[in-house]
Design a protein around this ligand. Structure first.
Ligand code: AMP
Length: 278
């Protein structure tokens, strides 16, 4: 497995890679969710690059950049076992030199939902992904449905900037109790980890509601989430899955998104709801 840490080495290396090539951008601290993306890329491409980069630009000043879980040796073992051919681990100082001043803002999506709660977050996401796509020049890039808004934003950026990459969305991978795998889960105490189950339970509860009223659907989610005293709700949203505009009547497929705090840890989850009952 080739490990590349400088932009110059990557620029040379991509000239020799065999295509099709898939890129899987990650912030490391790998789990089964990441592995699903990686296995998809390895099975669909001749070459796969996995990037590991904790991107300072997408963390707000009050967020956990310094404390974000990092375990490079374990990550490299996992990637070796997964038969990944290339790992790209750029340094922050080379990726964002001190005079760095170009940012990508996907205006249509960057201010809604997660963007409202975490202003500036998506400017950081779009900028890092844009740079990774330009540096690595993949045919395919893999992203998780777990971060549904991120996928929409990257698809839009890819179209707007004519980056020419095929964006692949991989379904959310969940632990046996329904909790979506996330690097931040390791910061949950035992009781918080148990409490986190209610996220997926609330998304299952909404599927049982035989009504097309968004209020009825949201009430089912609130009822489920508020049963758990360790949970503080940030937002519950039911939106058009193409535009993220909030909807009032469910008459087509919609995106149910939730963001909550379990103790100090912020978790998100989502579900694409069809209009089977509506
Ligand atoms: P991260 O390292 O958290 O930035 O995630 C890297 C990629 O893995 C992103 O495209 C995420 O959406 C994706 N991802 C994270 N968790 C999951 C999961 N549980 N299931 C599927 N994809 C995931």
């Amino acid at each position: 497995m080739k490990v590349i840490t400088t932009l110059g080495d990557m620029a040379e290396y991509i000239l020799k890679l065999t295509h099709p090539m898939g890129l899987v951008p990650t912030m490391g601290s790998l789990h089964q969710g990441h592995l699903e993306l990686i296995n998809r890329s390895c099975s669909e491409n001749v070459s796969t690059i996995v990037s590991i980069f904790v991107n300072p630009l997408q963390f707000l000043p009050n967020e956990d950049f310094d404390n974000y879980p990092r375990d490079l040796n374990r990550d490299l073992e996992i990637l070796k076992k997964a038969n990944v051919d290339t790992v790209f681990i750029p340094t922050v100082t080379e990726f964002y030199p001190s005079d760095f001043s170009t940012y990508v803002d996907v205006e249509k999506f960057s201010k809604k939902l997660e963007g409202k709660s975490r202003p500036g977050h998506f400017r950081g996401v779009a900028t890092v992904v844009c740079k990774l796509l330009i540096l690595c020049r993949p045919d395919y890039a893999y992203f998780g449905q777990k971060d549904a808004q991120q996928v929409l934003l990257i698809r839009q950026m890819n179209r707007d900037l004519n980056l020419g990459v095929s964006i692949v969305t991989v379904p959310t991978v969940r632990d046996v109790d329904g909790v979506a795998f996330s690097s931040r889960n390791k910061y949950l105490s035992n009781s918080e980890r148990k409490a986190a189950r209610v996220l997926y339970q609330s998304l299952l509860a909404v599927q049982e509601v035989k009504s097309s009223s968004v209020d009825d659907l949201k009430n089912a989610i609130f009822k489920s989430l508020t049963k758990e005293p360790l949970i503080k709700i940030d937002y519950v949203s039911i939106s058009d899955p193409d535009t993220l505009e909030e909807i009032s009547v469910v008459n087509k497929k919609c995106l149910v998104s939730i963001a909550v705090y379990v103790g100090k840890i912020r978790l998100i989850d989502n579900f694409l709801l069809d209009n089977m009952w509506r």
